[in-house]
Design a binder for this molecule. Structure first.
Ligand code: ZN
Length: 451
């Protein structure tokens, strides 16, 4: 037997011993333990389960599994060694996603709740058990709902490098507010933020910022160190980030390609979700308070509201002191919901604090420009969706490089659009896109309108 296998078996034996000791405590609790023993038993269960979990999910076990997998590669599938390594790997991958602290809390909570459930049944009194059930539901939600932050970043980075973000000339880091900065053709950086309970934030944030970064990375090097080396305008820049984020990464062909690998990265979290459900979940459209989290359909209403209000302030028609109330009234009228406080109302964006006015329309212009470019790219690249389905993003990125990225600031948005699509900016491609996509998603239109 190899020394690696020997070592692995020693660790697995220790883990089994700890688990069996915990099982014996459980047996004790269900048979002879006096009621006064609950607190101590709960602490002992926490400790044993935590130790077993820490032992099993250690870096050493990870390393041993890596080397054992190649050791047993040639052995028959049903051999003892190959089976041991295979099953231990499966358990390891599952356990390593759960923090030891949570394992410990769950073990303790189980031991604490059990006698109250017994008592509640005897007395037929649900109220006795309810607070413990509440706690257990919360713990289980943390167990099932949570996407490990490092895995989210790792998976997201695999995806954006596949889209075309070149890490030889870029990097990614974590920050509270995601952004992109470029220090020249060889160094474009992005940041992202991660929420363990909300997958969309990190993933679509990474795709969004990578859209900005790929634009910068595509500017012709001969424009470097001149005022021409940059994105054309904030609106054109936003067309690139929002196009990759929404028109590509929130599309069906994209998830046809990526969903299987996403599900094998998060098997427990996505156990009961299929590709279609996932596609629908990331395209849920509903009025909401926060602009940066708004869906594609309602997003532009958030912009319209800000643009109107800032114009009215600049023209002196709206006094600053009346802004919060004006915000509430307009929000109710455009999005149909009441704004509960100013934090999620007139105070939610950073822009006005840094004397940045007239910036917001860039986001809507970005949506429109992105849709117009995409419409033309579909004409120029036969079977674009088919390519995306197979994970081939090079033709789309190549098209954007040629028609947009390389030019830097040489042209105005309309000059760029005329050259790339044959016409100046028009809202029609975006309207058609949203009608078709969300019409189909929500069963609002069976067929796209044609004139
Ligand atoms: Zn952006």
């Amino acid at each position: 037997m190899s020394s690696n296998l020997q070592r692995m078996k020693e660790i697995l034996a220790e883990v089994t011993d700890l688990q069996r000791a915990a099982l014996l405590l459980e047996w004790d609790q269900e048979t002879y333990m006096p009621p006064g023993g609950v607190k101590g038993k709960s602490e002992q269960q926490s400790t044993l389960h935590r130790l077993a979990h820490e032992r099993f999910t250690s870096d050493e076990v990870g390393r041993l599994l890596d080397s054992l997998e190649s050791d047993v590669a040639g052995l028959p599938f049903d051999s003892y060694e190959a089976s041991l390594v295979r099953v231990a790997r499966r358990d390891y991958e599952q356990q390593v996603k759960i923090p030891s602290q949570l394992v410990s809390e769950i073990a303790g909570a189980g031991a604490t709740a059990h006698p109250f459930w017994v008592r509640a049944r005897i007395d037929d009194n649900f109220g006795l058990f309810a607070p413990y059930l509440e706690k257990n539901v919360e713990l289980n939600r943390r167990l099932a709902g949570s996407f490990a932050p490092d895995l989210q970043v790792k998976y997201g980075m695999q995806v954006v490098t596949k889209l075309g973000f070149d890490l030889e000339r870029g990097r990614q880091d974590i920050s509270p507010h995601p952004f992109e900065s470029s220090f020249g053709p060889g160094d474009t950086r992005i940041t992202t933020r991660v929420d363990p309970d909300f997958f969309n934030m990190c993933f679509f944030g990474l795709v969004h910022e990578s859209g900005h970064a790929m634009y910068q990375q595509g500017i012709s090097e001969e424009l470097d160190r001149t005022p021409l080396w940059d994105g054309a305008t904030p609106g054109v820049h936003e067309s690139q980030s929002r196009m990759w984020e929404n028109l590509v990464a929130r599309g069906r062909p994209f998830w046809k390609h990526f969903f299987p690998s996403l599900r094998s990265t998060f098997p427990d979290q996505l156990r009961n979700t299929d590709e279609e459900e996932f596609y629908r979940a990331v395209n849920k459209s509903h009025p909401s308070l926060i602009r940066v989290e708004a869906d594609e359909v309602t997003y532009n209403l958030h912009i319209l509201l800000r643009f109107e209000l800032e114009n009215e302030m600049l023209e002196g028609k709206l006094k600053v002191k009346d802004l919060p109330e004006a915000w509430r009234a307009r929000f109710r009228s455009y999005l149909g919901i009441d704004v509960p406080d100013d934090r999620d109302g007139a105070l939610q964006d950073i822009h006005w604090s840094s004397v940045s006015f007239g910036i917001f329309p860039g986001y809507t212009l970005g949506n429109l420009i992105g849709a117009q470019l995409m419409e033309r790219a579909r004409t120029d690249i036969p079977n674009l969706d088919g390519q995306i389905e197979t994970g081939d993003f090079a033709p789309l990125l190549g098209w954007l490089r040629k028609n947009l990225h390389q030019h830097g600031r040489k042209f105005t948005p309309n000059e760029l659009l005329e050259r790339a699509t044959g016409k100046p900016l028009t809202a029609e491609p975006w309207i058609t896109y949203v009608r078709q996509k969300f019409g189909a998603l929500y069963g609002l239109e069976t067929a796209p309108r044609r004139r």
